[in-house]
Design a protein around this ligand. Sequence first.
Ligand code: ZN
Ligand code: ZN
Length: 224
Amino acid sequence: MQDAWGEYTQIRIVYDNEAKAGFRRQWGFACLVGNNILFDTGGDLDTLLFNMMRFEVDLALINTIVLSHSHGDHVGGIGIVDNLGDVRVFVPRSFSGRFKKKLSSRPNVELIEVSEPTTISDGVFTTGELGQFTKEQALVVESNKGLVVITGCSHPGLESILRSAAQFGKVYGVIGGFHDFDRLLLLENISLVIPCHCTKRKRAILTLYPKSSRVCAAGCRIEV
Ligand SMILES: [Zn+2]
Ligand SMILES: [Zn+2]
């Protein structure tokens, strides 16, 4: 995806259980892709906005929000829509009617319900709703080096998310919550692995892949 940053796709972690100095940490996850796409919103609006201001994010540029799944630590900061201009919000179709109704009642929100794999914008895709119990979508972003997959909690299993993402091309990197994913050897051929948020085996991943993996925290800027 080409954006104002030219050659690089830039991903900034704006909400995570860990934080770099100067940023706030809180249980949950959110990141900003380029200048205009917010993936998840963390658990509370205050922390989300605080971290975004630390990055000097221009809220006026955000025109797309993608919510991975309905858990509070990913949708808790959705009130941010009131600080934005016109914004498309992509949610899994399985979200509650109440949530969808409330969101679509905002005059600046265009609610888009996702079930199948879909193109969000040029070079940006969603895997569509995956999983049985907690349904979840992941974001797939084209970069110069290949696809970067961004996950919320990976409740459907990171394997099935990566399998679905591969329909769009070769996966270069994966960033986000991997939950209880334990088939770590499946990450062997991925060049960039950033386990965030709820990932239970963070330390094992960082130890097994010292070259390709990186520590995640609010305040991290990843350029691909
Ligand atoms: Zn979750
Ligand atoms: Zn979570």
